[in-house]
Design a protein around this ligand. Structure first.
Ligand code: GLY
Length: 372
């Protein structure tokens, strides 16, 4: 078991990581269940997958404690992060009579967490919520840090708010049913923490990544706890991403978002897979700028490839050139006038924000990478 505090002044909260946590949810989340009882059910939000897998045990557990859950269930996938679903969720919470001292429970991956967090930020000007992340990606990244959002026609995550959860309960056992491809996509974000800020953790992942992907409990808990500890430190230091610290968490994301846009934000390339390929490109581009050796870039690439993640750009089968990918980057929400901040590596285990990157050179670099 590990407990990591996100030390935000006046709004500190715990992230608890423990095998089987979902089985004693009522005890683990006791302060946030006060006010609920047999006549006043606890609001839970899930998608049809997490509802099918976990609603029955949660219902049974709460019933044994003299409580009940009321479920709001969305379709799996990004479409749930929409105005229409947000409106239905907010109306449902209001109909349940949630108050600002109540807590809503988000049981699912990043989509459910982002949607619930944003709804909770606006209903009655802010109600509390508890994150129960069920994917590796949500467990190591999106459930912690208070970024909440929905998608609109203009792009992903452009309507949202910073709204921190009151508690994050991570039960690694729920990953037993996660498809291997999603497990690998979440693992890309784990590798990201090693590459951006912890060379020893990166070396540990090189040696033990197969155990994490095989869901061996000790390795999995170590990987999740080390990732969250770094994220908690960064969020506490730079909650609103204004100090170039939280931005480090975007390693691989500028290249990655361009690849996601080019593949239509579809199952062709999952977010974590795009981030993995993006980190390979960030490492190689760092070498091009003379910051890290070709051997270090090859080491980063090898760790990503060893996890079964995309590490070779031609393998994506894209029918575009580097300029088209740069165009996608220009539309990224982080575009600053005519330049873009790029997350590059000073060494393995140390990322930095580079604001002097020439987009023409990025296009030329990508043309070379696309040729293989
Ligand atoms: N996923 C990046 C962040 O939370 O800032």
């Amino acid at each position: 078991m590990a407990v990591i505090s996100v030390a935000l002044a006046g709004r500190a909260y715990d992230v608890v990581i423990e095998e089987g946590l979902l089985e004693h949810l009522a005890e683990a989340a006791a302060p946030y269940l006060m006010g609920y009882g047999p006549q006043r059910p606890v609001p839970f939000v899930a998608d049809t997958n997490t509802h099918r897998l976990f609603a029955a045990p949660v219902d049974a557990h709460l019933a044994a404690q003299g409580m009940a859950a009321e479920w709001f269930v969305v379709e799996p996938g990004e479409d749930a992060k929409s105005w229409a679903v947000l409106e239905r969720l907010c109306d449902w919470l209001l109909a349940l009579g949630v108050t600002r001292s109540d807590h809503v429970f988000a049981l699912g991956g990043g989509v459910v967490g982002d949607l619930v967090g944003f709804a909770c930020s606006v209903v009655k000007r802010g109600v509390g919520f508890v994150q129960l992340p069920t994917t590796l990606l949500a467990q190591v990244d999106s459930s912690v840090g208070g970024k909440t959002a929905i998608n609109t026609r203009a792009g992903k995550n452009l309507i949202g708010a910073f709204h921190q959860p009151s508690l994050v309960l991570i039960d690694p056992r729920v990953l037993a049913t996660l498809p291997p491809r999603e497990m690998r996509a979440g693992y890309a974000e784990v590798l990201k923490y090693g590459l951006l800020g912890d060379a020893a953790f990166f070396a540990w992942l090189e040696a033990n990544g197969d155990k994490v992907l095989a869901r061996e409990p000790a390795a999995l808990e170590h990987a999740i706890a080390t990732s969250i500890a770094m994220k908690a430190r960064i969020v506490a230091a730079d909650e609103r991403e204004t100090l170039d610290q939280r931005a480090l968490l975007n390693l691989g994301h500028t290249f990655g978002h361009a690849l996601e846009a080019e593949t239509g934000f579809s199952d062709r390339l999952l977010h974590g897979e795009a981030v993995a390929m993006g980190m390979v490109l960030a490492a190689k581009y760092s070498t091009r700028r003379g910051a890290i050796s070709a051997a270090d870039a090859a080491r980063a690439t090898a760790a990503i490839a060893a996890a079964g993640l995309p590490a070779h750009l031609p393998g994506l089968g894209l029918a575009c050139d580097g300029a088209a990918l740069v165009d996608h980057m220009r539309h990224d929400k982080k575009a600053e006038g005519r330049t873009l901040p790029f997350l590059l590596l000073r060494r393995l285990g140390e990322a930095h924000v580079a604001r002097d990157v020439d987009l023409t050179d990025i296009a030329a670099f990508l043309d070379e990478e696309l040729k293989g």
